[in-house]
Design a protein around this ligand. Structure first.
Ligand code: FMN
Length: 386
């Protein structure tokens, strides 16, 4: 998409609509959908309606500073790219494009376990700071391999995602017959051919598309092999002992992602975790669970400023980000908005997405009469009836 057309996408909802036009229906659904009735997915987005701003306009200054300090790095704004699988299904090199855009924007990038490029290839872009997201496998030595590779590749932080040990019931994907690698039967080919530019771009990558980090004995694991189904590899019995084990193995910043319970946050701090990410996996796992934004205050309370509290889920406006910062979040991670950026415009698309957040946050802070992120607080918001 040309820079002019990208500029005409005014907000994140425009990016979602543009992705729907560009991507084959099953591919759009795999990034857009959630679990079961998608109640949590909708609630993530609508929860921001429960809080309204209360500005103090006359405190305004001419310029705002959006930078935040996180795990020893300065980010140019309180928004970073969170881990999402399959960016390379949207565009060849999707993860690399997205990481480059994040670095150019002065913010962090987190690579998913399920990237289409290897963690080493991502590191070779020089993206800084970069985080690696991992899971706990039944075979703990495989988890260790991921961690050791991340260390060797110079990742600046490790994220353990804890809510994905059982597969979520994503009915859109089941209906669409979506698999990785994608099946290429007559129905799929027909659906994909409708979106010709996407199909042309992806024609070389599609037949061999896989989770590139899954390597055994020097060879990529064939994800079609029933022995290596991801859901079977993950251990539903993961526990705090695994958190302790990883904490010992990984010396740098270590984050637990996808928790909403204050007890879990408190225990994470006690065990030496360096940061938590309040998240419900974008409503893709347990439908009916609390929205991230509504879970945030209790987690912030439990953590009592001892470690940063990050959050993701449903953030579609700079105003949403500012509301979370007012409630004590340190930064926001983007899931789908980044994927829509990759789908629509590759690196330039993600750059535009990040620019939209930056511009919106800056404007909201200006209108609130706040010049520094650290000055945002509960004083600037009130609970309101929907
Ligand atoms: C297509 C897709 C793939 C995802 N893959 C991962 C993953 O591999 N690891 C992970 O920790 N979270 C994953 N997530 C969850 C995101 O990191 C994040 O929690 C969620 O998308 C945030 O909500 P948002 O999409 O509303 O911003 C994925 C989300 C989507 C939409």
């Amino acid at each position: 998409m040309s820079p002019d057309r990208l500029k005409r996408l005014l907000n994140i909802a425009d990016f979602r609509r543009a992705s729907r036009r560009i991507l084959p229906h099953p591919v759009f659904d795999v990034i857009d959908g959630g679990a079961e009735d998608e109640w949590t997915l909708r609630r993530n987005e609508s929860a921001f309606d429960t809080v309204a701003f209360v500005p103090k306009t006359l405190d305004g200054t001419q310029a705002r500073d959006l930078s935040v300090s996180l795990f020893g790095h300065t980010l140019s704004m309180p928004v970073m790219i969170g881990p999402t699988a399959l960016q390379g299904l949207l565009r060849p090199g999707g993860e690399l494009m997205s990481a480059r855009a994040a670095t150019a924007a002065g913010t962090a990038y987190a690579l998913s376990h399920g990237s289409i490029c290897t963690m080493e290839a991502l590191a070779a872009t020089g993206a800084t700071p970069r985080f690696m997201q991992v899971f706990v496998y039944r075979d703990r030595s495989f988890t260790h391999e991921f961690i050791d590779r991340a260390e060797a590749a110079g990742y600046h932080g490790l994220i353990l995602t804890i809510d994905n040990q059982f597969g979520g019931n994503r009915e859109r994907d089941i209906r669409n017959g979506f698999t990785i690698p994608p099946k290429l039967g007559a129905a799929q080919v027909a659906q994909m051919a409708i979106k010709a530019p996407w199909a042309l771009r992806m024609r070389k990558d599609l037949p061999t598309l896989s989770f590139a980090n899954y390597v055994r004995d020097g060879r990529a694991i064939n994800m079609r092999d029933p022995k290596f189904r991801l859901t079977d590899m993950l251990d539903p019995g993961m526990s705090w002992a695994d958190v302790d084990d990883i904490r010992k193995r990984w010396k740098g910043p270590f984050l637990l992602k996808s928790l909403v319970h204050p007890d879990e946050a408190r225990r994470a701090v006690d065990r030496g975790v360096d940061g938590v990410v309040v998240s419900n996996h974008g409503g893709r796992q347990l439908d009916g669970m609390i929205s991230s934004f509504e879970a945030l205050p209790e987690v912030v309370d439990a953590v009592r400023g001892r470690i940063p509290v990050l959050i993701d889920g449903g953030f579609r406006r700079g105003a949403d980000v500012v509301k979370a910062l007012c409630l004590g979040a340190s930064a926001v991670m983007l899931g789908r908005p980044n994927l829509w950026g990759v789908a629509v415009g590759g690196e330039a698309g993600v750059a535009r997405v990040l620019d939209i957040y930056r511009t919106e946050i800056d404007r909201v802070m200006g209108l609130l009469g706040v010049s520094r992120i650290a000055d945002l607080g509960p004083d600037y918001i009130r609970s309101v009836a929907r």
